[in-house]
Design a protein around this ligand. Structure first.
Ligand SMILES: [Zn+2]
Length: 64
């Protein structure tokens, strides 16, 4: 099984006080995390590559 990773908004405090955590394969987490950043954290379309790169480098191993 492909390794799964996790990103947790609680570890990256934001104006929204978001408590969402996303886990899955690195590709899934980057894609959903990007959509989440755009919808909930007001990121713009032209930030897509930077946000996905940030997610990939900040994701930690998932324990579930
Ligand atoms: Zn969030």
């Amino acid at each position: 099984m492909e390794k799964r990773v996790r990103v947790d908004c609680r570890k990256h405090p934001s104006a929204q006080g978001c408590t969402i955590a996303i886990s899955g394969t690195p590709d899934e987490v980057a894609e959903l995390g990007w959509l989440h950043a755009k919808l909930q954290h007001a990121h713009k379309d032209d930030e897509e590559k930077g946000i996905k790169d940030w997610i990939r480098s900040n994701a930690e191993p998932a324990r579930d």
